[in-house]
Design a binder for this molecule. Structure first.
Ligand code: FES
Length: 335
C-alpha cells in the first residue's frame, strides 16, 4: 500500500535504539499495521507531556520492504519542548502510538538529474531518497552539510554507499558550503532545467538556497523542500503576545509555540501543518515591540519584511538587539 496523507493510528514497538551522532538517536519501530515507507515520508507520534497528549512528526530514515521496521532519528535540541527527551528515553520493548507513514515530500522519479542537500539532522529526510536514487541508477548528487563530523548522523554509512556521488561540507573544518557556487554549478549544467533539488536543513541554509535558486533563474517547481525541525534566525526566547479583542495576554516560553500558547489561553485557532507551510495559522500583527523571527516558508520575503502577518505555529518574537530582560510584545488579531 502506498503512503498517503490520512492519519491511520497504530502502535509501534521499539526494537532497536542507539545514538548515531551527538544528540541524535536512531530508533527502529515495529508497527502493528506495517506499510512500506516511500522516500519523503514521515510519521507522527503521540506523546504525553505534562499530562497532555501532544504530537511530533519525524522523517522516516529507512523502511524494510514489508514495513515491519521503520527507522526514525530524533535530535534533542537545547530548547526541546520535551518530545525529544521522551523519544530519547524510549527503550527496546517500549511501545508508543504512531501513524502509518504519510507523504508530503514525494520524490518524483524520472528527472534527468537530482541534487539532494541535507543540513544537519535534515539528513533524515534524505537518506531514503538517496538510497532509492542509487538503486534505480538515477543521475544524482548528495550534498551533506554539518557543523562538525560528530554531529552528522549516518555520515560514514552514506559515504560508503554513495562514494563520489556525495560531497561533504563541515563548518569546523573550514570547509563550509558555498551555496551560490553550488547553485551556479546547477545553472551551468547541461541538465539545468531538468535538475530537481530536494533539501532539508536549517532555515539559513534553506533560505540561502531558495534565494540563489531564484537569482539563477532556475525552474521554481524543481525546488522541493521539507521543513521539519526548522531552526530560526535567532535563538528562541520568551515573548509576550496579546489579542485585545479577546482579552488575551500570554507569555510564549522557549519550550512552546505561539500557536500552543494561544490555544492554552483560550483562543480558537485555525491550523493544519504546524510546520510553517500551509499558512492556515496566519495571524494579523497590529502592533510590534521588538522583532519577528519568521520561520515559515509560506509567506514571501516581502510579506515577511512587512511584518503585518505571521505563521504562529513556527514563527516567534525575537529581540536580538535589546538589552537583557526586554521582551518582545506582539499585539495581534485572529480571524
Ligand atoms: S499551521 Fe500550517 S503554517 Fe502554521
Amino acid at each position: 500500500m502506498a503512503a498517503h496523507n490520512q492519519e491511520v493510528w497504530q502502535r509501534g514497538r521499539v526494537i532497536e535504539a542507539d545514538y548515531v551522532a551527538t544528540d541524535i538517536k536512531r530508533i527502529v519501530f515495529e508497527p502493528t499495521l506495517p506499510v512500506k515507507a516511500a522516500p519523503g515520508t514521515h510519521l507522527t507520534v503521540a506523546i504525553e507531556i505534562d499530562g497532555a497528549i501532544d504530537t511530533r512528526s519525524y522523517s522516516i530514515v529507512a523502511s524494510s520492504d514489508d514495513g515491519t521496521r521503520l527507522t526514525l532519528s530524533v535530535f534533542k535540541t537545547r530548547n526541546t519542548r520535551g518530545g525529544a527527551i521522551l523519544m530519547h528515553n524510549l527503550k527496546v520493548g517500549d511501545s508508543i502510538a504512531m501513524t502509518q507513514p504519510m507523504q508530503n515530500f514525494p520524490l518524483r522519479i524520472g528527472a534527468e538529474r537530482y541534487v539532494l542537500v541535507a543540513g544537519g539532522v535534515g539528513v533524515t529526510a534524505m537518506v531514503n531518497m538517496a538510497r532509492v536514487l542509487r538503486e534505480i541508477g538515477a543521475n544524482y548528487e548528495l550534498v551533506y552539510v554539518g557543523r562538525n563530523r560528530e554531529a552528522m548522523a549516518y555520515l560514514d554509512d552514506l559515504t560508503a554507499l554513495h562514494g563520489n556521488r556525495m560531497r561533504v561540507f563541515v563548518d569546523d573544518e573550514g570547509n563550509s558550503l558555498n551555496v551560490d557556487k553550488l547553485l551556479g554549478s546547477i545553472a551551468e549544467h547541461p541538465f539545468a532545467t531538468e535538475t530537481e533539488l530536494y533539501m532539508c536543513g536549517p532555515i539559513r541554509l534553506m533560505d540561502g538556497i531558495r534565494r540563489s535558486w531564484a537569482s539563477h533563474g532556475l525552474n521554481p517547481p524543481n525546488l522541493r523542500f521539507e521543513t521539519f525541525g526548522n531552526s530560526g534566525w535567532f535563538e528562541p526566547e520568551d515573548f509576550i503576545v496579546r489579542i485585545p479583542r479577546l482579552g488575551i495576554e500570554t507569555t510564549v516560553g522557549v519550550g512552546s509555540s505561539m500557536l500552543e500558547a494561544l490555544e492554552s489561553a483560550g483562543a480558537d485557532m485555525m491550523f493544519d501543518c504546524r510546520k510553517g507551510e500551509c499558512g492556515l495559522c496566519e495571524v494579523r500583527i497590529i502592533d510590534l515591540e521588538g522583532e519577528i523571527d519568521h520561520r515559515d516558508v509560506f509567506f514571501s520575503e516581502q510579506q515577511q519584511r512587512d511584518n503585518t502577518k505571521m505563521c504562529c505555529c513556527v514563527s516567534r518574537g525575537a529581540n536580538p538587539n535589546a538589552a537583557n530582560g526586554t521582551r518582545t510584545v506582539i499585539t495581534l488579531d485572529v480571524s
